[in-house]
Design a protein around this ligand. Structure first.
Ligand code: THU
Length: 134
């Protein structure tokens, strides 16, 4: 588990990112923040599209930004939504690529930022992996 300071930093980053969510169609605002093993935190929001199907979830925006900046191992993710929603299946698989047992913090932006914690192992058991050399 993360220490309380690191956990709060990650929660704050997810909540801050959520303010920038682009969700004019669903109106469902999502902010996500990932913590890499070098201590860096990278945030993302959902980015919707008029063609609907091209919408990108906040978690995948955060992961791709972190990986683009050099991260390869993620220790935790915080996701901030109304009602502390859990990541969708596609995002679980993408998160698993960079940390199959990472901590997952689900933040309820409507309830004084209350949160609960779980792990990706719990959300996505028996994860698919390819045995590749790099
Ligand atoms: N969404 C996320 O950002 N993350 C998830 O894990 C599930 C759904 C977004 C996509 C869309 O913009 C809105 O929430 C409603 O589905």
């Amino acid at each position: 588990m993360l220490n309380p300071d690191a956990q709060q930093q990650l929660i704050d980053a997810a909540l801050a990112a959520r303010q920038h969510a682009y969700a004019p169609y669903s109106k469902f605002l999502v902010g996500a923040a990932v913590l890499a093993d070098d201590g860096s935190i990278t945030a993302g929001t959902n980015v919707e599209n008029a063609s609907y199907g091209l919408t990108i979830c906040a978690e995948r925006v955060a992961v791709t930004a972190a990986v683009s900046a050099g991260a390869r191992k993620l220790l935790a993710v915080a996701v901030a939504t109304s009602g502390a929603a859990s990541p969708c299946g596609a995002c679980r698989q993408v998160l698993a690529e960079f940390g199959g047992s990472m901590d997952v913090i689900l933040v309820d932006a409507d309830d004084h930022d209350a949160f609960r914690t779980t792990t990706l192992d719990q959300l996505l058991p028996e994860q698919f992996e390819l045995d590749s050399s790099d």
